[in-house]
Structure formats: structure tokens, C-alpha cells
Design a protein around this ligand. Structure first.
Ligand SMILES: Nc1ncnc2c1ncn2[C@@H]1O[C@H](COP(=O)(O)OP(=O)(O)OP(=O)(O)O)[C@@H](O)[C@H]1O
Ligand SMILES: [Mg+2]
Length: 161
């Protein structure tokens, strides 16, 4: 067994369509367990929200409920577990007040699942065990999704994916 916080496993998924990204997210959402932290990284329009929508439907949230938070930076959904959908697009840096709010959400998410768009902005705040998804736009309809499990739990989630 490796030390926590180390990359347990990497998996690459090539998506050929928005539907394929949704489906892959859904599969992962069906398997994810309490305390799961998913860090989404990638440029504008790479598919982070679409993937989150898939993941949430896999957790039993209705698809139409899932949209990027606009006024607040967190949306909460009720699926088989509570889901916290965070979008950090408008956050420039880790400010103290924001950091406290973020830590509250991360603490609450220990009994649910948290998904963060633009997670690179808060990596130092994340727990040691999280699943990172790095998106790359290959063409208008093609995306490369690289999954890295940091820690035991996320590695196990990926092994089952
Ligand atoms: N294979 C694909 N997977 C995901 N999205 C795709 C794919 N091909 C095309 N798209 C399009 O790319 C866009 C992805 O939008 P989405 O809102 O999910 O991106 P995002 O990464 O959340 O953007 P933002 O940074 O603005 O939050 C959608 O318009 C979708 O139809
Ligand atoms: Mg988005």
C-alpha cells in the first residue's frame, strides 16, 4: 500500500461526444461513495459541467437540476447522497473568507460528495484523498479525460471504473 496523497492510479477516457462524457460521468456517479472529492481541471467549455451532470445523475439527482452555480459558488443537490457542486471560475485567489467557506463545504461533504470545477484554484485546501479529472479539448466534439486517483479511496474508485 502506498502512502496517502500519492497518485494511486491513472485512467484515460477519450470522449467522442457530449453524450459519451455524460455517460462516463454517470457510471462514476453510480460507484462513488460517501466522502468522495472530485477535482475537475480544464479550460472553458471542456466539459466540466456536463461531466458533473452525468456524475450527479449517477447519484440519483435529476439531470435538469444540475447547472453551474451562478449567484452562489456552490449548488447542493439531493441524490442518494448530498452532492455539493462548486464552480470556482470567478474566484481569483484563495482569500481568507472564501477559504473558510470552502473548508466548511469540504467538511460537510464528508457525509456526501463534492465536485469542484476549476479545482486547481483550491488544490491546497483539498483533503489528501481526491480524484482529479484533467480535461483536454482535442476537437469540437472530442475530449481527453485523464483521471488520477490520489489516495486509497480514489484509486479504488478508478479501479472499479
Ligand atoms: N465530447 C464532449 N464532451 C463534453 N462536452 C462536449 C464534447 N463535445 C462537445 N462538447 C461541448 O462542449 C461544451 C462543454 O460545456 P460545459 O459547460 O460542460 O464545459 P465547462 O468545462 O463546464 O465550461 P466552463 O469552464 O465554462 O464551466 C458543451 O457545449 C458541449 O456540448
Ligand atoms: Mg462549467
Amino acid at each position: 500500500m502506498s502512502a496517502s496523497g500519492t497518485a494511486e492510479k491513472t485512467h484515460v477516457f477519450l470522449s467522442n461526444s457530449p453524450a459519451a462524457t455524460l455517460r462516463f460521468g454517470k457510471r462514476l456517479g453510480e460507484k462513488i461513495t460517501m466522502g468522495g472529492v472530485i477535482a475537475l481541471i480544464g479550460e472553458l467549455g471542456c466539459g466540466k459541467t456536463l461531466f458533473t451532470r452525468g456524475l450527479c445523475t449517477g447519484l440519483g439527482v435529476s439531470e435538469k437540476e444540475v447547472n453551474s452555480p451562478t449567484f452562489a459558488f456552490v449548488n447542493e443537490y439531493r441524490g442518494r447522497l448530498p452532492v455539493y457542486h462548486v464552480d470556482l471560475y470567478r474566484i481569483d485567489n484563495i482569500e481568507v473568507g472564501f477559504e473558510i467557506g470552502m473548508l466548511d463545504y469540504l467538511a460537510q461533504a464528508e457525509t456526501g460528495v463534492i465536485v469542484l470545477e476549476w479545482a486547481e484554484k483550491v488544490l491546497p485546501l483539498l483533503p489528501e484523498d481526491y480524484l482529479q479529472v484533467q480535461f483536454e479539448v482535442l476537437s469540437p466534439r472530442k475530449r481527453r479525460l485523464e483521471f488520477t486517483g490520489f489516495g486509497e479511496r480514489s484509486g479504488a474508485l478508478l479501479r472499479g471504473a
